[in-house]
Design a protein around this ligand. Structure first.
Ligand code: KG4
Ligand code: ZN
Length: 352
């Protein structure tokens, strides 16, 4: 529940991380089923936490694209039903737009900045489990994709490298902690060692022209480097491979990988800014934007004034960002969706 696009009245997030940590990743059917079970309790709690009833609500916003088919269906069907039942306008929001608009929510007084809001034109780096894109925004609700990944998303790469290193799902936070010497192994074992050395191993930067990304080679490079380090053949299954690493080696690989991934992202932002020198803000968005090393590197490269990112709890998937995006769509004159017809689009891009 969000007021005027930017003030959170309630933000109820049900995480399926515990379920998927047990499987080592997302299983679409399980995700859909637990969405179904969680949906109405979440709606009720969001209303209760905000101390609101249906009369006070102006509109309903829902993610209709992109993502897992089952989860999108359950979300949109719930929103469509509620819109019809309570006679409210329904707004269909693209998931990546929602991630970007998390940057407009609950702006305090960020250090070193003269403006609380990002200033247009904006270069937005959207980094999540499913996407790695640079978007150019001329104004509100105007998104142009100027760079995208040719294979894996960077969040997916964090998740896969975590698996190679024997760290739990989701890999992003586990790798960030391991780089600092806090090792939570996938088998539940927790230890603390010295911080990892980000210079310990050599990992190549992909040679991709322009503003596009590639992360599948980096994942393979980590696998090869681990195999070389422990001296076992290529075909070794990775859980057995990880068991051969010392905690210090895990910390060093986590630190080296994280630093390389961050360098690749920031290098492309440098090129993007060179091609669009008129850009006045750089905005980080999506689950990987919670990464402290990425935030620090972006601030170092472009300065405090230029760089924006959401509060860590708003970087990952949440409902408030969907409501915020809908608010700015409404201001931009977007018409509500037909609650009898709204469709889902598991793959549609943010430009369509
Ligand atoms: O946006 P998000 O919550 O869900 C998707 O839309 O995909 O992003 C999830 C991704 C996962 O790959 C997760 O490992 C990554 O964000 N992530 C991080 C961090 N926290 C979450 N990656 C790096 N550092 C983090 N601190
Ligand atoms: Zn997301």
């Amino acid at each position: 529940m969000v007021e005027d696009g930017v003030r959170i009245l309630s933000n109820v997030v049900v995480s399926q991380i515990d379920i998927f940590a047990a499987y080592g990743g997302v299983i679409p059917e399980v995700a859909a089923r637990s969405h179904l079970e969680a949906m109405m309790p979440v709606v009720d709690k969001a209303l209760a936490d905000a101390d609101c009833d249906w009369e006070e609500i102006d509109a309903i916003a829902v993610t209709y694209a992109p993502g897992l088919l089952g989860s999108l269906l359950i979300g949109t069907l719930t929103a469509r039903t509620l819109a019809i039942l309570h006679n409210k306008p329904l707004y269909a929001v693209h998931h990546l737009k929602a991630h970007v608009y998390a940057n407009w929510i609950e702006l305090g007084a960020p250090e070193g900045k003269s403006s609380l809001e990002p200033k247009f034109p904006i270069l937005a780096l959207v980094v999540s489990g499913g996407h790695t894109q640079i978007l150019y925004m001329r104004g509100h609700n105007q998104f142009e994709i100027i760079g995208t990944t040719q294979d894996d998303a960077v969040g997916e790469c964090f998740d896969k490298v975590a698996k190679i290193l024997g760290l739990p799902y989701p890999g992003g936070p586990a790798i960030a902690q391991a780089a600092q010497g806090k090792i939570r192994r996938a088998d539940g074992n927790e230890t603390e060692v010295r911080a990892g050395d980000p210079q310990k191993y050599r990992l190549p930067h992909p040679k991709v022209k322009g503003l596009d990304f590639s992360f599948s080679g980096l994942k393979t490079a980590v696998l090869r480097a681990v195999q070389k380090e422990v001296g076992v053949p290529i075909s070794f299954p990775s859980h057995e491979l990880a068991a051969k690493l010392t905690q210090e080696q895990v910390a060093d690989f986590a630190a080296t990988f994280q630093e390389t991934a961050v360098e690749i992202l920031v290098e492309k932002l440098v090129v993007a800014l060179r091609e669009h020198p008129e850009a006045r803000s750089i905005v980080l968005a999506g689950g990987v934007a919670a990464n402290a090393a990425l935030r620090a590197a972006a601030k170092r490269e472009f300065g405090e004034e230029m760089v924006y990112f959401p509060a860590p709890k708003l970087s990952g998937d949440n409902g408030a960002m969907v409501a915020a995006a809908a608010y700015f769509e409404i201001l931009s004159g977007v018409e509500p969706a037909d609650p009898y017809k709204l469709n889902i689009y598991p793959r549609i891009s943010v430009e369509e």
